[in-house]
Each structure stands twice: as C-alpha cells, then as structure tokens.
Design a protein around this ligand. Structure first.
Ligand SMILES: [Zn+2]
Ligand SMILES: [Zn+2]
Length: 119
C-alpha cells in the first residue's frame, strides 16, 4: 500500500494500514531523522527533568489519527524515548509517567548514595 500524506486533509480518516504504510514510507523515515537531529537524539520529555535519555522514537503531539494534516509538520513532532512514548499513549494501556519518573530518580539517587560500594 502506498500513501501520500500531502493529500491528507483534517477529515481524512486513516486506517491502520494507512498509518503503517506512512510509518514505513521514505518521506517519514527522512522526516523522523530530521527531527531526531533537531532534538540532538535526546528525549525531550526527559530533558524537562534534566535527564538526558537517548530518543528512539518521534512522536506526533497531535496524534496522526486526530489530524492527518500534521503528519509531517515539524512543530507537531518531538523526539522521545521508549518509556516516555508509552506514557504519551495511555490508550495503549502502559504505566503512568509519574511513578516511572520517580523510580528512575530513586535509582540514580541510590547509586550516588553509595559511591564506595564496589559489588
Ligand atoms: Zn523520555
Ligand atoms: Zn506517539
């Protein structure tokens, strides 16, 4: 299946097959690379917590299915890590952001707490 995101309007309803085809398309792969570069390959959500975590996903702030016209708009795209991406999609039923952030902070804290521990 081939898709042409430039023909999409705000009322275009994207099927799963269309979204899959979009994410596989050359134009998306290229755009994704541009956004990761712009964000220095760091998760922009974690950066708000001063936590430089490598990003591996480019997320649509307004979801693709909600407004297909924003599919390739830079200001609607943000680099995020795997965990944050799950948090941004509660509809997929993954865990809650706050708990995850707190447990990550605690982990860091514990490591710093015991610098002389060698085991
Ligand atoms: Zn993150
Ligand atoms: Zn997303």
């Amino acid at each position: 299946m081939k898709v042409n995101p430039f023909l999409w309007t705000s009322t275009t309803s994207l099927t799963k097959a269309m979204r899959d085809a979009f994410y596989k398309s050359f134009i998306w792969q290229k755009k994704r690379e541009t956004i990761l570069e712009r964000d220095e390959y760091l998760c922009q959500v974690c950066m708000e917590y001063d936590d430089p975590i490598p990003a591996d996903t480019v997320h649509h702030i307004v979801h693709l299915r909600d407004d297909p016209t924003l599919a390739l708009v830079d200001t609607n795209l943000i680099s995020v890590c795997f965990d944050c991406h799950n948090d941004l999609h509660p509809e997929k039923g993954f865990g809650q952001k706050k708990e995850k952030k707190i447990s990550r902070k605690i982990k860091t804290f514990e490591v710093n707490e015991n610098p002389e521990q060698t085991w």
